[in-house]
Design a protein around this ligand. Structure first.
Ligand SMILES: [Fe+2]
Length: 360
């Protein structure tokens, strides 16, 4: 059996003490290095933004792959969407499942319901998404289906807000489009801020607009003839025979809303081609007068200089926008010969419409 004298024991204890301390230092250094690399990793994977659309309410996000974002980046994007209602992501390679999942990040009140009417080209695996545009839909499980469009979409960019004026369905907070095939020329969406439009009204006009409810008639809107402005209705739809079917499909929605319960800014909400008239029996609220007032609002407040941005698409662009804060156009179908194909999502929501008397 080995025996140690006192000096040898002290020397051994010293060595153990030093060894333990060196080990501690190595562990601390490695943990520090790991934390530093984590920080560096999150910095490398953050994104940059730019405003190339001539407006401050539309933003392009650069340097991001939406399939690999971490929790911090996701929260940053949610905040970006809260501050800026139109967000464009370039070069995203996503499936309809990804498209749906990413869109749900931006509405905590979303519902898994289908609210679009495009049953012929809906994607079988995610039926909330439909293939739209011009030409033949032949992707994501939709096989060789001609995309049908109403005549009003042929020659003018039609200004609208998605699903506004449809009975029993809340207009979505989140709408989004993913570009699958884009033509050489043509193929765009213009956006206009409805928050800016409201804020450009005089105090007197705000008071008037705050009190207005819109009666919408989707059936009268099916055959709408709309002029070059994208909102000027040409046909005398009020002379058509009124039927029970038409009356049953009508709905009433406020002209001024708070987009969600969290919002503190008011916004106009409007879709001219489905609008029948303002609610009320006064002479100034007939269908013809209503159209005149809407043209005034659109020309002088919604589409005034600086309040419109135009997004020209490239393939694999994904745009996600707050449908209750902006109005947007369709792209005139006859501007291009080639196919233009995109997947479209109206994300259903249980967020009610907050008019000025029910919010804040
Ligand atoms: Fe739309």
């Amino acid at each position: 059996m080995t025996t140690y004298n006192k000096n040898e024991v002290d020397e051994k204890n010293k060595r153990i003490f030093y060894f333990k301390n060196i080990l501690k230092i190595i562990v601390i250094q490695n943990v520090t290095m790991f934390l530093y690399l984590c920080m560096l990793f999150s910095v490398v994977h953050s994104f940059t933004i730019e405003f190339p659309y001539g407006t401050n309410f539309m933003v392009k996000v650069k340097g991001i792959n939406l399939l690999t974002v971490n929790q911090q980046t996701k929260e940053d994007l949610q905040y970006l969407f809260k501050t800026t209602p139109v967000v464009v992501f370039e070069n995203q390679y996503i499936t309809p499942e990804d498209h749906y999942l990413i869109s749900t990040w931006f509405d905590s009140n979303y519902l898994n319901k289908k609210i679009h009417p495009f049953y012929e080209t809906q994607v079988p695996s995610i039926d909330q998404i439909a293939i739209r545009g011009k030409g033949v839909a032949d992707c994501f499980g939709v096989n060789d289906v001609e995309i049908r469009n109403a005549r009003s979409f042929k020659y003018t960019p039609l200004w609208h807000q998605d699903v506004v004026g449809n009975k029993w369905v809340m207009p979505p907070v989140v709408s989004s489009m993913y570009m699958i095939k884009t033509p050489e020329t043509g193929g765009f969406t213009s956006f206009a801020s409805m928050e800016n439009a409201y804020e450009s009204l005089s105090v007197e006009d705000r008071k008037i607009c705050n009190e207005i409810n819109c009666i919408y008639s989707p059936i009268h809107g099916y055959g709408a003839q709309v002029d070059f402005t994208g909102y000027g209705r040409l046909d005398k739809y009020w002379e058509e025979t009124m039927t029970k079917e038409k009356i049953d499909a009508m709905s009433i929605q406020p002209l001024v809303i708070y987009p969600t319960a969290e919002d503190t800014k008011r916004s106009l909400m409007l879709t001219p081609n489905k609008l029948y008239k303002f609610e009320g029996d006064e002479r100034g609220k007939t269908p013809a007068y209503t159209q005149e007032k809407i043209r005034y609002l659109m020309h002088n407040h919604v589409l005034r200089q600086g309040n419109v941005g135009k997004l020209h698409y490239k393939e694999n662009d994904l745009v996600i926008f707050n449908n209750r804060k902006v109005m947007h156009t369709s792209s005139p179908l006859e501007e291009y010969k080639e196919d233009r194909i995109f997947s479209l999502l109206f994300l259903a929501t249980k967020t009610p419409l907050y008019n000025i008397s029910t919010a804040l």
